[in-house]
Design a protein around this ligand. Structure first.
Ligand code: HEC
Ligand code: HEC
Length: 151
C-alpha cells in the first residue's frame, strides 16, 4: 500500500513539475525555424553556396560515409532517375573519373548481396552530405581515428 502511495505521489509531482516547467523550456529551445510563428514561412538559410568542386575530403573514421566534395545542385534522385549513379555507378565511373560506389552499396539490410544498388542505398544524400564553406557552429576537439589520420 505504501508503495502505491509513494508512486502516486511521485507521478503527481512529476506531472506538476512538467506543467510548470514546460512553458519555460519551450522558450529556451531554439529550432531551425527560430522563433518564426507556425503560420509564417521562415527565410531558409542559404544552402546554395556550395564549396567549389574539389578532391575527396579526409575521412574521420573508417565507417564514415565520405563527404561529397562537389556541388550537387540540380542532381535529382527520384524513382525515375538517380543523377549520382550517372557518374558513380560501376558502368560509368571509369568514364567520369568518379569513385565507384563500394560493394556495401549492393547489400540489403539482411546482408544479402544484390546485383544492383540496394534500395537502402538509393537515396545517396541520406548519408552523403554536400559541403559548404562555413565556420563550425560549435567548436569541438574530435580527433580522427589513427587508422585514417596516420600518427
Ligand atoms: C558529373 C559526375 C558526378 C555526379 C553526377 C556526382 N558525382 Fe560525386 N564525384 C564525382 C567525381 C569525379 C568525384 C571524385 C573527385 C576526385 O576524385 O577528385 C566524386 C566524388 C564523390 C564523393 C567522394 C568519394 C570519396 O572517396 O571521398 C562522394 C561521397 C560523392 N562524389 C557523392 C556523390 C553523390 C551523393 C552524388 C549525387 C547527389 C554525386 N556524387 C554525383 C563525380 C560526380
Ligand atoms: C545508408 C547510407 C548510405 C547511402 C544511402 C549511400 N551510401 Fe555511399 N557510403 C556509405 C558509407 C558508410 C560509405 C563508407 C564505407 C563503405 O564503403 O561502405 C560509403 C562509401 C561511398 C563511396 C566511396 C567508396 C570507396 O570505395 O571509397 C562512394 C563513391 C559512395 N558511397 C557513393 C554513394 C552513392 C552514389 C550513393 C547513392 C546511389 C550512396 N553512396 C548511398 C553510406 C551510404
Amino acid at each position: 500500500m505504501k508503495k502505491i502511495a509513494l508512486f502516486l505521489f511521485l507521478a503527481v509531482t512529476w506531472m506538476a513539475v512538467g506543467t510548470i516547467a514546460s512553458p519555460a523550456l519551450a522558450q529556451e529551445i531554439k529550432s531551425l525555424r527560430n522563433a518564426v510563428p507556425l503560420d509564417q514561412e521562415p527565410t531558409p538559410p542559404d544552402f546554395k553556396k556550395w564549396q567549389q568542386d574539389q578532391h575527396p575530403l579526409p575521412r574521420d573514421f573508417v565507417q564514415q560515409p565520405p563527404l561529397i566534395p562537389h556541388t550537387i545542385e540540380g542532381y535529382t534522385i527520384d524513382i525515375r532517375q538517380n543523377k549520382c549513379l550517372t557518374c558513380h555507378s560501376w558502368t560509368m565511373y571509369k568514364e567520369t573519373g568518379a569513385t565507384k560506389v563500394s560493394l556495401t552499396h549492393f547489400r540489403d539490410r539482411m546482408g544479402t548481396e544484390l546485383s544492383d544498388i540496394s534500395p537502402q542505398r538509393y537515396f545517396c544524400v541520406a548519408c552523403h552530405a554536400p559541403q559548404r564553406d562555413a565556420q563550425p557552429l560549435v567548436g569541438n576537439t574530435f580527433q580522427p581515428v589513427r587508422s585514417v589520420k596516420g600518427k
